[in-house]
Structures are given as C-alpha cells and as structure tokens.
Design a protein around this ligand. Structure first.
Ligand SMILES: Nc1ncnc2c1ncn2[C@@H]1O[C@H](COP(=O)(O)OP(=O)(O)OP(=O)(O)O)[C@@H](O)[C@H]1O
Ligand SMILES: [Mg+2]
Length: 304
C-alpha cells in the first residue's frame, strides 16, 4: 500500500503541481522575446522575477519527488513544507502589478499571455494552499477564528460567488435557509467548506442540473445540506471519500484537474469546529452532503 500511496503522491506532485509551472515559464519566455512586443525595463525585470521564482519552485518540486522516491512510508504530507509557498507570493504580486499596467502599457497579445500566467499561478496557489491546509490539519496545527455568522447573508455571498459558473452550465441553484439563523464558525473556513462542496456538485451535475442548499436549526445544532442531482458516488466508495488523495476515478482528475484534497479539508475544518459531516449518494441519482455545526462554541461557551 505504501508504494501505491507514494506513487500517487509523486504523481500528484509531478502532474498537478509541476504542470502549471510549464506554461508560466513558456509565456514568460514569449513575453521577453523582443519580437513579441515592447517591454519597459520594469516590466522586463518583473517577468524575470516571475521566471526566477518559477524555476526555484520547479527545482524544489524535483527535490521533493526525488526524496519521495527514497522514503519508505510516504503517508505524511510533511513533504510539502512552507518553502513551497514562498515563490508563489512574488509570482502573484508581479502578475498583479504587470496587469495593472503600472509598470508600463500592454498590447492585446501581452495581456493575453499575462492572463495565462495568472490563471496558472492562481491554480498553483490554490493547489499549494490545499496541501498546506491538509498538512496543518494532519499535524493538528490548524487555527480557527470563530465568530457569529448570519447564515442567510453568508449564502447570499456564496450564491454570488458561483453565479457565473452556475450560469455557464445552466444549473438551477437554489437555497432554502431558515430565517434568523446564526452559526458560530470561522468565516473563511466556512467559505472554503461550502465552496469545495459546491464546486464538486457543479462538476458532477449535468447541464441543466440542480444544486440545492438547505440550512435549519436541529437539536441545538445547525444542519446544512448540499444536494445535487449529479452522477452520484457508488456506495462502496463512501468510506474512501474523505481520505487523502482519493478520487473515485483518476481519469476524472485529468478532466477537471482537482488535487483530491477538497473533501479531506472540508471534513477536517468541520471537525475542527466541533461539527460532523456525512454523505448520502446514489449512482445516477445524486449526492447530498449533510453538515452539523454547533450553535454555540464549546470552546468559549458563548450561547445564542
Ligand atoms: N457531488 C459529488 N458528486 C459526485 N462525485 C463526487 C461529488 N463530490 C465528490 N465526489 C467524488 O469524490 C472525489 C473526491 O472529491 P474531492 O473534492 O475531495 O476531490 P476533487 O474534487 O477530485 O479534487 P479537489 O477538490 O482537490 O480539486 C471526487 O473526485 C469525486 O469522484
Ligand atoms: Mg473537489
């Protein structure tokens, strides 16, 4: 088992994390070619910095892959420490600066090349954040900043966030939220929990599919449901769902490009806030994730 797990991790690092670095490098080289378009000195230096950091990241990833090949048990995620995030910060910063045209004007082709650099950098950033979160959860180091959240307001924001992707696939997206509901939770973690679940549903429902979100109070806790009428998950796979790097069908990963950590992080965050998650799903019919979060925090004993 250790071997296949190790193989999976290496595969994940080499494919998922290294893949976006290649086009970033390619587009940087293109932008620096004088034939492609004029650059100011500042623009040139910014692109050079992006390349320097991408190279650093690639060397670092190669080092991890080599190390992984040598270790016996590769079950732990401490293979991806803080250093992985360090080059991403300047990459995202320079991208932003170049796009704002503060360093000089850009023509249409240059803008498009920068868009590609930014899309791939964002993708890399969210993958690295997922690894980071999974590692912090595994080590029990995750910190939660609990606050009182208005559930209706929260889901209004979430609905806005997904309005474009829902529209593109002509999905009917609706919410059924009991009024005056508050939950005591970490807002950014709650956003990630529901974003991960909704992103999955969007991927797995067909065109014109349906996603419904429900929230109500239930025996001292708040019960949330994310329901979809997508492809569903076979029964025998339900236990595996919240395990690291688990994807029911790995060919799917190529198609939708997930790292397979979404549900691990969802479950970790929910349990970290003293909640529970369960799944009901039937192949071909759809999937419902049910989440229970306490109304009041055990930690601080604040009642609402
Ligand atoms: N709503 C759903 N309908 C059908 N299958 C699902 C649904 N949610 C999750 N799955 C299955 O569970 C797997 C794991 O989901 P998870 O969110 O953990 O990873 P991912 O979506 O593949 O990648 P990531 O979330 O890291 O981008 C998915 O690949 C898919 O096979
Ligand atoms: Mg996912």
């Amino acid at each position: 088992m250790a071997i296949s797990k190790r193989g999976q991790i290496i595969d994940l690092i080499s494919h998922e994390l290294k893949t976006p670095t290649v086009p970033i490098m390619g587009y940087c080289e293109m932008l620096m070619n004088p034939k492609f378009g004029k650059l100011t000195n500042d623009q040139y230096d910014a692109i050079k910095e992006i390349m320097k950091n991408i190279l650093e990241l690639q060397i670092y990833l190669d080092g991890i892959i080599e190390k992984q090949k040598r270790v016996e048990e590769a079950d732990s995620l401490d293979i991806l420490p803080r250093e992985l995030r360090t080059p991403l910060i300047p990459i995202l910063g320079y991208c932003e600066m170049l796009k704002s045209e503060k360093l000089g004007p850009l023509d249409q082709d240059q803008k498009e090349a920068l868009d590609e650099i930014q899309i791939n950098s964002d993708r890399l950033n969210s993958l690295i954040n997922d690894f980071w979160n999974a590692q912090e959860l595994e080590l029990g180091k995750m910190k939660y900043h609990l606050e009182l959240i208005d559930v209706t307001e929260f889901f209004n924001k979430i609905s806005n966030k997904f309005s474009n992707s829902v529209m593109e696939k002509k999905i009917s997206f609706s919410t059924n939220i009991e009024s005056n509901l508050n939950v005591y939770a970490d807002n950014s973690k709650l956003i990630q929990i529901f974003s991960n679940l909704i992103e999955n549903s969007i991927v797995f429902v067909p065109e014109n599919g349906k996603i419904i979100i429900e929230a109500k109070s239930q025996n001292g806790s708040i019960e949330f449901k994310v329901k979809d009428n997508g492809s569903g998950i076979p029964k025998e796979k339900h236990n595996e769902l919240f395990k690291k790097f688990h994807q029911i069908d790995t060919s799917h990963r190529r198609a939708h490009g997930g790292g397979g950590l979404g549900l691990v992080i969802v479950k970790g965050f929910i349990e970290g806030m003293n909640g529970k998650i369960s799944v009901e799903s039937e192949e071909g019919k759809g999937t419902t994730f049910t989440i229970n979060l306490p109304r009041k925090s055990k930690q601080y004993g604040i009642a609402h």
